[in-house]
Design a protein. Structure first.
Length: 205
């Protein structure tokens, strides 16, 4: 049995759930409650010494880091998430990383909570999220193509990063009115079964 150690609202876990769905795989979701601190338990640290989610147990191994997991699934299950020439694949990775490496980490709960605690009330969670998600997505808006998906006519790696970040943006009431391409792409992705089934509301928690 494939096991995904995840948290329902983790955007990194959300990405991997989408990839598993695209691969047509059946898996067991094992909740690691980040709010309760279960990621710091000895049991979970034995899976991922970073104390993060997701961790995926598959093919007799445990993998960590969502983009690495997704690329493993892409390579071993022929998902076609990084098609084209070397330069085209570099562009796809840049789009994905603009979300997963530039926006996501600074909006991680442990980062945001630390900033809020140190500010002694001057910073709110919503204010912090809006300050980084909004400008980050504005840059992504300028980077994506005009097709139905981030890089044109087919689902590729950045699409798996975009929809979870749009979920977070909506959760924190980020103004997306100036991002028509991202709103259109997100709407299209939400119609696809692998993306719809990976939604946090459909994930055990």
């Amino acid at each position: 049995m494939i096991q995904l150690f995840d948290y329902w609202r983790s955007s990194a876990s959300y990405r991997v759930r989408i990839a598993l769905g695209l691969a047509g795989l059946q898996w067991e979701s094992v909740s690691i409650d980040l709010v309760k601190g279960e990621q710091r338990s000895a049991e979970h640290l034995s899976r991922n010494p970073q104390g993060l989610v997701p961790a995926l147990e598959i093919d007799g191994q445990i993998f960590t880091q969502s983009l690495a997991i997704i690329e493993y699934l892409d390579e071993t299950r022929a998902l076609g998430l990084l098609p084209g020439t070397a330069s085209e694949r570099a562009r796809l990775r840049a789009l994905a990383q603009a979300i997963a490496i530039d926006i996501h980490p600074i909006c991680n709960l442990r980062v945001a909570n630390y900033a809020i605690e140190q500010s002694q009330g001057a910073i709110t969670m919503k204010g912090w999220m809006q300050a980084f998600i909004g400008p980050g997505l504005e840059a992504v808006e300028a980077m994506v193509e005009d097709g139905p998906y981030c890089a044109g006519a087919r689902v590729t790696l950045p699409d798996l990063c975009l929809l979870p970040q749009i979920y977070n943006a909506r959760r924190w009431e980020v103004d997306l009115s100036a991002m028509p391409k991202l709103r259109r792409i997100a709407g299209q992705l939400e119609t696809l079964p692998a993306f719809a089934e990976a939604h946090p509301d459909k994930t055990p928690h």
